[in-house]
Design a protein around this ligand. Structure first.
Ligand code: SF4
Length: 91
């Protein structure tokens, strides 16, 4: 599943969640943000308006990587980055 906050997109590979014992993403969202990630049928689900309530803190991705199963990927586009890299010869 995936959902959008103000500027970032959170993509969760739910196939990895059933065997995750920590469910660390849920606690991370409660601790560091507004708790929009809840546990539903053993998997994370979004409760509420993520675009309005999401804080873009990235805590779920971090916690999932280190305490979960590495199921969360966050896309955080930075407008102008490609042009900047080209201009400065950074690949
Ligand atoms: S921490 Fe990661 S693997 Fe575990 S339930 Fe959350 S998203 Fe799924």
């Amino acid at each position: 599943m995936e959902f959008q906050e103000q500027t970032i997109k959170i993509i969760i590979d739910e196939s990895k969640c059933p065997e995750c014992e920590s469910k660390a993403c849920i606690a991370a969202c409660k601790t560091y943000a507004r708790g929009i990630l809840i546990l539903k049928d053993g998997k994370p689900a979004v409760e509420g308006d993520a675009k309005r309530l999401g804080t873009e803190c990235l805590a779920c991705e971090y916690e999932c990587r280190f305490r979960g199963k590495g199921a969360i990927r966050i896309e955080a586009p930075i407008p102008g980055l490609d042009e900047y890299r080209k201009k400065h010869g950074i690949s």
